[in-house]
Unconditional design. Structure first.
Length: 258
């Protein structure tokens, strides 16, 4: 069945919401990042919450940010995911200076030392930053990272039309390839491996990215796939809907930006 590419984004948002509903999940689009932070801090769900989405560090408004809360059939929150838009000439420089976290960077926090490869694109313009995902362990291995990431991306495409979407993947997760198979990025490169003043420890993180055209292609591919899906199996849909893109991962130190 043919789907007009112009209709892919709104169609996909609706259909992925219906797929989640048929599996007993319900999505809320929210803007109150105080509650996002409180949700993650309750029970210490993560080692630390993503500081880029922490309203204690920066101003997050509905015209440039949102988060998704996923509820089960009882109404209990079992997952979340977040997104914000930056308008910057170079997002990597925004990371280096810590301005992707702080509206006003504390004077005692030194810039990061970046380790991007020499052929890394300049991620500039309208740059969406995605992160802050957490899923209740009882609901993992069901395809939810794939579905939440794609829904969030489609909502951001409709609302913000970003030139790029970028994320930061910490620790050893990058070695698993989840940034490609789960989160749908097309690029992954070592961003920094140094002391991070916001966490006061050494952090190793990969910068992940996908361009606007790649996002449009991916959403159209996934929207076509959801039309042809014979059942309500979220995991099967996630497994068969990874768009055929060129995944580029670089772990070399590359050029060091001071």
């Amino acid at each position: 069945m043919h789907l007009d590419p112009q209709l892919s984004v709104p169609f996909f948002i609706t259909e992925i919401d219906r797929l989640l509903n048929r599996n007993g999940y319900f999505v809320e689009i929210r803007y109150d990042f105080e509650n996002w932070a409180a949700f993650l801090e309750d029970g210490q769900k993560m080692r630390m919450i993503n500081p880029s989405f922490d309203p204690r560090h920066s101003t997050l408004t509905p015209d440039s940010s949102f988060w998704l809360q996923l509820l089960d059939e009882s109404g209990r929150a079992i997952a979340c995911d977040a997104y914000r838009l930056f308008q910057v000439p170079d997002f990597a420089e925004h990371i280096r200076t810590l301005e992707f976290i702080y509206d006003h960077v504390p004077s005692d926090m030194a810039p990061l030392t970046l380790s991007l490869p020499p052929d890394a694109p300049v991620f500039g313009g309208r740059v969406g930053h995605a992160g802050g995902m957490w899923i209740d362990p009882q609901h993992r291995k069901r395809g939810l990272p794939f579905l939440l990431t794609r829904m969030k991306r489609a909502i951001a495409m409709r609302r913000f039309d970003p030139d790029w979407e970028c994320g930061l993947l910490f620790g050893e997760l990058a070695a698993t390839g989840i940034q490609f198979t789960g989160y749908g990025y097309t690029r992954s490169m070592l961003c920094f491996d140094c002391h991070h003043p916001a966490t006061n420890r050494r952090e190793r993180a990969f910068l992940t990215a996908i361009s606007r055209e790649e996002m449009r292609h991916q959403i159209h591919h996934n929207a076509t796939g959801i039309m042809e899906m014979p059942n309500n199996d979220m995991l099967a849909f996630a497994a068969c809907s990874t768009a055929p893109t060129v995944a580029v991962q670089s772990s070399s130190a590359g050029v060091i930006r001071m």
